[in-house]
Design a binder for this molecule. Structure first.
Ligand code: SD4
Length: 328
């Protein structure tokens, strides 16, 4: 376990105690299924950092009733978290030493927006929302996305690595292994899905992607249907982990379609992981990927390829941090 993740685990209880509205009420053991309980409203987010993100999203939802603002503001907390090296400009850079970001946002009525391979933007999730609301397009990438950010009045940040990212990048450069590190410690994207009190759904997903990726590489997070999919008629799903493996199976769309055909969120996440393993079998030992899903009734599910995927859930009873069940 990396120092950072073990640090996170050790400090988790104390961190969450400081956050109003957050209580850990349960922590499922690996292998334990959720019991089919239902919650409305309900917010789920990937990984430990989903706890403070969910708190913020919940607060915004309670104050404004706006589910899209809730999922945007929630993940903005993670985009600013200097301890998170997989989200935001402080994240680990590509192999050229440049942080490039991917993000997407979606509403259950089919509206969606995303940005890929964008530089110098502190809140790519807000830029994705602008793409959704202010353009006729779904996705802007690279320099075009950056120019759009400037037009929309987003400040351009200096291209400087955060101190932690710089230190780790310097260490990586010694060997500069071309292959991205794909073990379970290299994933911390935040994906958030939410069910509002009126039964409408929304989701968001934001990441700096794989550490030391090739310049120009785009993962699953900004690809609607891969890293995120939301449909008010059925439910929502989001993904984290090795983006290439998730894109190959259109993971989030697959889960929503399986739920449409009658699977529970848990069953749908499990089937997606089985498909992902089948399509990525050669390297599966080195791959971690995890999915979260909610259906419109307020049932939820989570499943991962390997042990170690945590997710945060927030409902009217407060916040929980849970261990996802896993296949391998
Ligand atoms: C990607 N899915 O770019 C992202 C990485 C990730 O937790 O999830 N990290 O492939």
């Amino acid at each position: 376990m990396s120092n950072r993740r073990s640090f996170l685990k050790k400090t988790l209880a104390s961190t969450t105690l400081l956050l109003p509205g957050s209580i850990i009420t349960s922590c499922a053991e690996p292998g334990q299924k959720n019991s089919g309980e239902k919650f409305k409203p309900l917010i789920l987010s990937t990984w430990d950092h989903g706890m403070p993100a969910n708190d913020k999203a919940w607060e915004v939802l309670m104050e404004t009733g706006n589910l899209v603002s809730a999922v945007e503001e929630g993940v903005k907390v993670t985009e600013l978290d200097m301890d998170n090296l997989s989200v935001g400009l402080q994240g680990l850079p590509d192999r050229e030493g440049i942080p490039t970001l991917d993000a997407s946002i979606m509403k259950g009525d089919g509206s969606c927006g995303s940005v890929a391979f964008v530089r110098q933007v502190r809140h790519p999730i807000s830029l994705a929302r602008k793409v959704m609301e202010e353009t006729p397009h779904v996705m802007l990438a690279g320099e075009g996305a950056r120019q759009f950010a400037i037009e929309q009045g987003f400040p351009m940040e200096k291209e400087e690595l955060s101190p932690k990212a710089k230190e780790l990048y310097e260490e990586w450069k010694v060997e500069s292994r071309y292959k991205p590190i794909v073990n379970i410690e290299n994933h911390d994207t935040i994906g958030m899905i939410a069910l509002g009190p009126d039964g409408k759904l929304a989701g968001s997903c934001t990441t700096s992607g794989l550490a030391y990726k090739m310049h120009g590489r785009v993962g699953d997070s900004p690809i609607i249907g891969a890293g995120l999919y939301v449909d008010d008629e059925v439910g929502a799903a989001t993904a984290t982990g090795l983006g290439e493996s998730i894109i190959r199976i259109c993971g989030s769309f697959l889960i929503v379609e399986l739920m449409r055909q009658g699977r529970t969120p848990q069953e749908a996440c499990e089937e997606a992981v089985i498909r992902l393993i089948a399509k990525n079998s050669k390297d599966i030992k080195d791959i971690q990927a995890g999915f979260l899903a909610i259906n419109k009734e307020g049932e939820y599910g989570a499943y991962a390829v390997q042990q170690g995927f945590t997710y945060a859930m927030h409902h009217s009873g407060g916040g929980n941090l849970l261990n996802a069940t896993y296949k391998l």
